[in-house]
Design a binder for this molecule. Structure first.
Ligand code: PRP
Ligand code: MG
Length: 170
């Protein structure tokens, strides 16, 4: 199946000048969803991983099934004010604005090997902030997995210190 056909381009969303990559058609198609998650898992099956960390919101949509497929637990990084226990907070720049993310301080322990997951690698700002949080808690980022990478935005350069793998590259 051509999974790229299942990702829809929406111009000027959420702001003028942004071409939004809508993954909902892929999620809605049971075969596309299964194939995408299995293939993302294949990219990291041989890696020594303790936990999958996914970034709210779209990182949850691919991250949790990916964790199940890799037989690992899942750790959420959330938008501010959503996690109930003690949190570590990080601010970062987004293609269309500023954002903050949080992780529970006790979610990652020293030496934990972490696979970071998100749906999209654009500027890399979100994932870089996530790597910094994981490392601040003593974790080791063994890789970053994406469903889709936008090559022109050079997120891979921002994440050059990490093993970055994307299922689809545009
Ligand atoms: C989008 C996308 C990635 C991030 C990629 O999330 O899901 O998380 O932007 O951009 P970057 O590489 O430039 O950081 P967004 O914050 O829009 O929110 P959502 O996942 O909650 O929809
Ligand atoms: Mg996101």
């Amino acid at each position: 199946m051509n999974l790229s056909d299942k990702i829809r381009n929406i111009p000027d969303f959420p702001k003028e000048g942004i071409l939004f990559k809508d993954i909902t058609p892929l999620l809605r198609d049971k075969e596309a969803l299964k194939e995408a998650i299995e293939k993302m898992a294949d990219m990291f099956r041989d890696y020594d991983i303790d936990y999958v960390v996914g970034i709210e919101a779209r990182g949850f949509l691919v991250g949790t099934p990916l964790a199940i497929e890799l037989d690992k637990g899942f750790i959420p990084i959330r938008k501010p004010g959503k996690l109930p226990h003690k949190v570590l907070k990080k601010s970062y720049e987004l293609e269309y604005g500023k954002n903050e993310i949080e992780i529970h301080k006790d979610a990652v322990n020293k030496g934990d090997k972490i696979l970071l997951v998100d749906d999209l690698l654009a500027t890399g700002g979100t994932t870089l902030a996530a790597t910094e949080m994981v490392e601040e808690l003593g974790g080791e980022v063994v890789g970053c997995a994406f469903l889709l990478e936008l090559d022109a935005l050079d997120g891979r350069e921002v994440l050059k210190d990490y093993e970055v793998k994307s299922l689809l590259i545009e």
